[in-house]
Design a protein around this ligand. Structure first.
Ligand SMILES: Nc1ncnc2c1ncn2[C@@H]1O[C@H](COP(=O)(O)OP(=O)(O)OP(=O)(O)O)[C@@H](O)[C@H]1O
Length: 362
């Protein structure tokens, strides 16, 4: 501690450590100067030591006040490069943090449901693609994909055997959500019979892109349908976890009308790309932070118990198609009658009909 006379004592740097991401200072504080006061004045202190305030992080530990000065530059684009996913883990790579450290989201962890928000072009679809590719090539949970953008974004997964439902219209979304609801009730019944508290079998994941489509307006002819879907999503968000039912809900127009108290209360993990304004950021994160993220696609705030800024991996659609190309596909079962109808082609006389038999697996 550096003291000047009887009255003045200043913080002192007790230790300096160098890391690949920058420098860590362990700072001793004079008696009477609470660490929180330093943390509250982080920007002023950063300016005083001539460091960009955005590159300084402070927290208090038993060793003293930790001041991290980060010199690592977050990548503007992070290539999707990870090996084959393990079939037993629901942990998916979500990006690197400001220190270049990898971060994962665990669908089997404490916060299984995920809310993804942010402006158009922020990177939601690319992140969803990367998450679904990792899950499909990994544990391959049963998936229900609701893509209200005409199935454009999630369509590449549509034919996979693990995709049990694909919805691109509101009535289809209602059917998908109802099916998942029925499955949840079935699992609860099995769990009650076994006396178990937690579903240990295969998980089911329901993805909805775009939540704002459930917003109702005065005189909306689809209001009843939308409200029914919201009610089911709310129930799944509240009770799904123990039954291995996971929700991933995405929106580019975060609206309090849709992400109401209940869904929000039950979804403790959020990913927010840049938002148009502080209001949208607050709906997803409860603070304005996402409105001031830099205009870099894939840059996001990942919020669980605390916030972290990440750069998400970039996975192009063609690349994802290649990664899932060899996965099992849905088996199409058609009768000879249906095939004739589709091809409009009858077998020629004397020709051996390869489709003899009632049911043909293609
Ligand atoms: N992680 C990323 N790294 C680098 N570039 C990215 C990343 N994610 C997205 N981009 C770029 O931004 C573009 C838009 O991304 P994306 O389609 O995911 O946005 P979005 O948020 O889903 O928008 P919308 O809601 O309109 O579909 C991509 O085509 C790509 O060029």
């Amino acid at each position: 501690m550096v003291t000047y006379g009887a009255d003045l004592a200043l913080p002192s740097v007790n230790k300096t450590d160098t890391f690949p991401w920058g420098v860590r200072l362990i700072v001793g504080l004079p008696v009477g100067l609470p660490s929180q006061k330093m943390i509250d004045n982080q920007r002023a202190i950063a300016e005083a030591i001539r460091v960009d305030p955005d590159n300084v992080e402070m927290r208090y530990t038993n060793d003293g006040l930790i001041v991290d000065i980060i010199t690592f530059k977050m990548p503007m684009k992070l290539a999707y490069q990870f090996g084959p996913s393990s079939t037993s883990t629901y942990r998916v790579f979500t990006g690197v943090n400001r220190r270049g450290e990898p971060r994962y989201y665990d669908f089997d962890g404490s916060y299984p449901h995920l809310l993804i928000g942010g402006i158009s072009g922020g990177g939601k679809s690319v992140l969803l693609r990367s998450i679904l590719t990792q899950l499909a090539t990994g544990p391959a949970p049963d998936m229900y994909l609701c893509d209200l953008k005409e199935g454009v974004e999630l369509g590449i997964f549509r034919d996979l055997a693990c995709v049990k439902g694909f919805a691109s219209t509101l009535p289809d979304v209602k059917n998908a959500a109802d099916e998942v609801d029925v499955e949840m009730k079935r699992r609860y019944a099995i769990m009650a019979a076994n006396g178990s508290q937690q579903w240990t079998g295969k998980k089911t994941i329901l993805v909805v892109d775009e939540l704002a489509d459930f917003k109702t307006r005065a005189g909306d002819p689809e209001a009843k349908l939308k409200n029914e879907i919201k009610t089911t999503l709310t129930r799944l968000s509240a009770k799904g976890r123990a039954a291995g039912i996971i929700l991933v809900l995405a929106t580019q127009r975060p609206s309090a009308d849709v992400i109401d108290g209940l869904i929000k209360t039950n979804i403790a993990a959020s990913i927010c790309f840049r938002t148009r304004d502080g209001i949208q950021s607050r709906i997803v994160l409860d603070h304005d932070g996402a409105a001031s993220l830099p205009d870099v696609p894939g840059r996001l705030i990942y919020q669980t118990a605390y916030d972290e800024t990440l750069q998400a991996p970039y996975l192009a659609a063609d690349e994802a198609r290649k990664l899932i190309a060899d996965l099992p596909k849905k088996t199409v079962v058609q009768t000879e009658e249906e095939i004739r109808h589709v091809t409009n082609d009858k077998p020629h006389a004397g020709e051996v009909n390869p489709m003899d038999g009632d049911i043909i697996e293609l």
